[in-house]
Design a protein around this ligand. Structure first.
Ligand code: FES
Ligand code: MG
Length: 578
């Protein structure tokens, strides 16, 4: 546990001595124009910035950092902004997930190796939130999350359109022949018309809500639009709070408890959150030493009504969510009905989750539904096990077609993404609306990086017949902005010897969400025989980081962290550098 006495601040080991080392640590910092008195032992607060022009969702973060700095100064702290690897979902190939762990290592080592007493984590685009929380959790320093905030509602032809979700829908319309390519491309600028993250309840908004539900951010952090002045007030207040947290010794492990994760799982169901949260929460929990299992999602999440009517499950976008009361309004509704598992969980402002929200107003029952008029009565994430997914798979019922949640169909198999792309457009492909599309080798090791390709587009010939959804199964993830009856995260993955590798065209597959079952209808002996015949295909090894990744990444049920990164290594001050 961190010693809270001011004399023992980590930064004192750099700046607090009158010897040669103290001289060196201070002198070089002074080249930035920092006056003597800032080295007087006040808390040094790192501002961990994922700003990058290649991460458009985080491209406004230098301005946010300025407001965080104002707050740190006001509270008597010494702000030091530093960059870390920025995971931009839209540009990074083969997937931003490949480098989530890399970013987390960057964060962890930057915190531990530097004169930092507490840290403000500037997060936005999907992977930046888990990456920064994972890295900070492995150090267990005082830490507070400031999210960049969602984009304003997208606009097309006078109507609202949502980030990502609109792309999937418009692309299906294009393939179905309902719109032409000019109409399709005309949506680009209007969909992303302000700074910020995806404005749907995609993974960025979900993880921002998770950070708030976990207690790692101030109330309202998740929903204030990126360009709203109140976003900058929140950044200012978070900077102030970070200084106080150092003085109070309020480290992450006091906030990120088992209780906090249980609250977050419940909240994920209430907001209709992304399936990616299953992986990211597990990875964060692993770093702080909190046990979390897939079945926790069934036990705590399933049965929870989805109250938030946001795309992709519902109608609205993050702007309306904020104006309707944001996450505090959701937390209050849950708490008033006894659905907040641990209202007393501590948050970064030093108050309990319930104290923060007990009087939170709600302004719009269409956006944040009352308990008796939920968007989905039985929300949450469905965990599926069976001979096809012995270590689990997930499906998001709120984004699926109810009539497909129990389904038996014949497999149409794609060996990888390229095989899918080549085959799906074949007008002679033996497929109908009852078929089950199965894609292999898109998991953590197989892709590598477990890309968001699980929501395979339907065969154009079926789209033209008006078919809107089919059961799809893979070891991939899918974008939190996507929808459909899509089974994801099949573990173990095909490239790790999982049974998915054994599926062949024409096999019968049974999906039963109610029963939590995913079954390949062949005998155990046949399955074992086929698996022996299949040589697990791992993507060509390139060396470099990809090699490290494939050799050490854990499967989806374990959060896709690296085996050697799981756990908290603390923030003991390392040896001197000179
Ligand atoms: Fe960055 Fe969606 S692509 S938040
Ligand atoms: Mg994504």
């Amino acid at each position: 546990m961190t010693d809270t006495s001011p004399k023992k601040l980590r930064s004192a080991a750099w700046f607090g001595s009158a010897d040669k080392n103290g001289f060196m640590y201070r002198s070089w910092m002074k080249n930035q124009g920092i006056p003597d008195h800032e080295f007087d032992g006040r808390p040094v607060i790192g501002i961990c910035n994922t700003w990058s022009e290649l991460t458009p969702c985080n491209a406004h973060f230098r301005k946010i950092a300025e407001h965080v700095k104002r707050g740190i100064y006001e509270a008597g702290g010494f702000p030091v902004e530093f960059p870390v690897f920025s995971n931009g979902e839209s540009n990074l190939r083969p997937t931003a997930m490949l480098t989530r762990n890399l970013a987390s290592m960057d964060v962890e080592e930057a915190i531990r190796g530097n004169p930092i007493d507490g840290v403000v984590l500037l997060t936005g685009c999907d992977k930046t939130t888990p990456a920064l929380l994972m890295g900070a959790a492995s150090c267990d320093v005082p830490a507070i999350v400031v999210t960049g905030g969602p984009m304003l509602n997208g606009k097309l032809d006078g109507k609202d359109i949502g980030s990502g979700t609109a792309v999937w829908r418009l692309h299906e319309s294009l393939k179905a022949g309902e719109i032409d390519v000019h109409q399709f491309l005309s949506a680009e600028a209007g969909m992303s018309r302000s700074a910020g993250t995806c404005n749907t309840m995609g993974t960025a908004s979900t993880m921002a809500c998770m950070a708030e539900a976990l207690g790692t951010s101030l109330p309202h952090n998740a929903a204030i639009p990126a360009v709203d002045a109140r976003r900058y007030v929140l950044a200012h207040m978070s900077g102030m709070r970070a200084v106080e947290m150092v003085r109070e010794g309020l480290t992450l492990s006091k906030v990120l408890t088992r209780e906090a994760f249980e609250n977050a799982i419940r909240v994920n169901a209430a907001i209709g959150g992304s399936t990616n949260a299953v992986i990211h929460l597990k990875a964060i929990a692993g770093r702080i030493g909190v046990p979390l299992e897939l079945e926790d999602w069934t036990r705590i999440g399933r049965g929870t009504p989805t109250l938030v009517d946001l795309q992709p499950s519902g109608r609205f976008l993050m702007e309306e969510f904020y104006y309707a009361g944001g996450l505090p309004a959701v937390l209050r509704r849950l708490g008033e009905h006894g659905l907040l598992p641990h209202p007393d969980a501590l948050t970064v402002n030093g108050r309990s989750l319930w104290d923060n929200v007990r009087e939170a107003p709600s302004y719009n029952d269409e956006v944040i539904r009352p308990l008796d008029k939920p968007l989905i009565a039985d929300g949450g994430i469905c965990i599926l096990r069976g001979n096809l997914s012995p270590r689990g798979a997930v499906l998001k019922p709120s984004a699926a077609s109810p009539e497909l949640l129990k389904h038996r169909g014949r497999a149409v198999v794609f060996e990888n993404l390229e095989h899918y792309k080549e085959r799906i457009v074949d007008e002679n492909l033996d497929v109908d609306a009852n078929s089950v599309l199965v894609m292999k080798h898109c998991g953590p090791k197989g892709y590598p990086g477990m890309a968001e390709v699980g929501n395979m587009g339907l065969p154009p010939k079926l789209l033209r017949q008006g078919i809107k959804d089919m059961v799809r199964i893979s070891d991939a993830r899918m974008s939190g902005t996507a929808y459909g009856t899509v089974v994801l995260h099949v573990a173990p993955e095909a490239a790790d010897g999982g049974p998915l590798a054994a599926v062949r065209d024409g096999d019968w597959i049974e999906l039963d969400c109610e029963a939590g079952r995913l079954h390949l209808d062949i005998s155990d002996a046949e399955l074992a025989e086929r698996l022996r015949a299949v040589a697990a295909t791992i993507a060509p090894q390139r060396g470099g980081y990809q090699r490290l990744y494939v050799e050490h990444v854990l499967q989806a049920d374990e959060g896709c962290d690296f085996d050697f990164l799981v756990g908290c290594r603390g923030a003991d001050v390392p040896r001197h550098s000179h």
